[in-house]
Design a protein around this ligand. Structure first.
Ligand code: HEM
Length: 411
């Protein structure tokens, strides 16, 4: 294992620094495509073929650690969660076959494109309400993330689940707690308020199942309860766990996708103008954003038996970090990978949604919302531009690369 360690400083790789990880990724792809990083106790994998093959080899590289806190929870946070009856772990992403196969099949029956495609007009109305509210700020300009991208996906997923939109601030707060308690480095003290939020979050997921049982209505929770009544093998706890997944995965990453889309397009003005001229180019542009600046840059796996990644032997029990943000810029797959090109023919081969049995269940909903948001923004605010004087920074995290804000102006 020692050969894998880089004594020269990990090629500039700082696992939690999301500001500009791409030069380090490039160096790692070239010099040490599978590198053991003792600071995070993970093998870090940066080449496209290796990342894809490892995602695909779920029998050796299980996803069971995908939701484990990067820094194990301290005693105080654990006590808060135990006392509060927190028993959730993962809806799907950290479950393994055969349990994963069974639950994913049932979740897929409820979470169908038909269920969410009908929402397109509502999504369009909501985008326009949010854009108009932002435009009222006039010369002061706005923040595309806070003003438009933040609420839109939350309204969509809450509506699908039959949750009142008045719950948005709470749900967003819980999701933030889940993201930092799992993927950031917090002290024991800092974990405590987030642990309280996790308890509230999980209790609410269970409450939603109880509500759907007592008062069925036209929403995804009732669909899951109906499948259970019709004989599908799924427990109340597992249904609540799916909701625990969707109430998190269903908005944070899409908020980031919409924010990154507008940020990157405005950084490449010609591309933004091309979409103002011709909206049919938007779906391809979204794939290029997902390749060039994915919402999730790295995702975890655990070796459950001895295996290999490329030439590197990976002993059973090892943690593995698959860096999709690097795979998406692998020069052996994408020509001039650091160029943002909305006409790129193979942009769709990005790994932003993972690969294999855990491939993102919500990818079409995420793309639908991004498409509608970009269509309305380019149509209604063709003069939109970034406020050049404000530097965009990204929050510290191992997996989620989220801009703190996207300051824009239009006059
Ligand atoms: C841009 C937006 C999104 C990105 C970048 C994203 C990314 C991902 C990634 C990387 C995975 C893990 C894949 C793997 O382990 O191979 C995943 C899984 C998942 N995503 Fe997404 N996601 C997005 C939006 C959504 C939305 C909108 C939903 C639901 C409404 C969703 C629901 C899920 C679920 C349930 C899983 C677990 C699937 C499984 O383990 O079988 N995601 N997503």
């Amino acid at each position: 294992m020692s050969e894998a360690v880089c004594p020269a400083g990990y090629h500039g790789y700082e696992p939690f620094d999301m500001n500009n990880p791409f030069p380090a990724y490039q160096e790692m792809r070239k010099e040490q495509p599978v590198m053991f990083d003792d600071r995070i106790n993970h093998f870090v994998v940066t080449r496209y073929d290796d990342v894809k093959a490892t995602f695909d080899n779920w029998e050796t590289f299980s996803s069971e650690n995908a939701q484990a806190p990067v820094r194990p929870l301290g005693e105080p946070a654990r006590k808060v969660m135990t006392d509060g009856g927190f028993t959730a772990y993962s809806g799907l992403s950290a479950r393994i076959p055969p349990e994963h196969t069974r639950i994913r099949a049932i979740a897929s029956k409820a979470f169908t494109p038909r269920r969410y495609r009908v929402m397109e007009p509502l999504i369009r109305d909501n985008v326009n309400i949010l854009i108009n509210k932002m435009l009222e700020k006039g010369d002061a300009g706005g923040d595309l993330l806070a003003d438009v991208a933040y609420e839109l996906p939350a309204i969509t997923i809450l509506t699908l689940l039959g949750v009142p939109v008045s719950k948005i601030p709470e749900v967003k707060d819980w999701a933030t707690s889940r993201a930092v308690i799992t993927w950031a480095e917090l002290t024991d003290e800092e974990q405590i308020p987030h642990a309280h939020n996790m308890v509230k979050y999980w209790n609410y997921c269970q409450e939603l199942v109880a509500i759907a049982k007592s008062t069925p209505s036209d929403n995804l929770v009732t669909d899951l309860v109906d499948l259970q009544s019709a004989g599908d093998e799924i427990s109340d706890h597992e249904i609540a766990s799916i909701l625990y997944s969707l109430l998190f995965a269903g908005h944070e990453t899409t908020t980031t996708l919409i924010s990154n889309s507008i940020r990157v397009l405005l950084e490449h003005r010609v591309a933004y103008e091309a979409l103002v001229e011709d909206a049919s180019k938007i779906p391809a542009a979204i794939d290029e954003v997902l390749r060039y600046s994915p919402s999730i840059v790295a995702w975890r796996r655990k070796a459950v038996k001895d295996g290999h990644i490329g030439e590197m032997p990976i002993p059973a029990g090892s943690n593995v970090l698959l860096v999709m943000g690097s795979a998406n810029r692998d020069e052996s797959v994408f020509d001039q990978p650091d160029a943002f090109d909305i006409g790129r023919e193979n942009a769709r081969n990005h790994l932003a949604f993972g690969y294999g049995i855990h491939y993102c269940l919500g990818n079409l909903l995420a793309k639908l919302q991004a498409r509608v948001a970009i269509e309305e923004i380019t149509k209604n605010v063709p003069t939109l531009r970034l406020k050049r004087e404000v530097a965009i920074t990204f929050g510290e995290n191992l997996s989620f690369r989220v801009p703190a804000s996207v300051p824009v102006e239009w006059n």
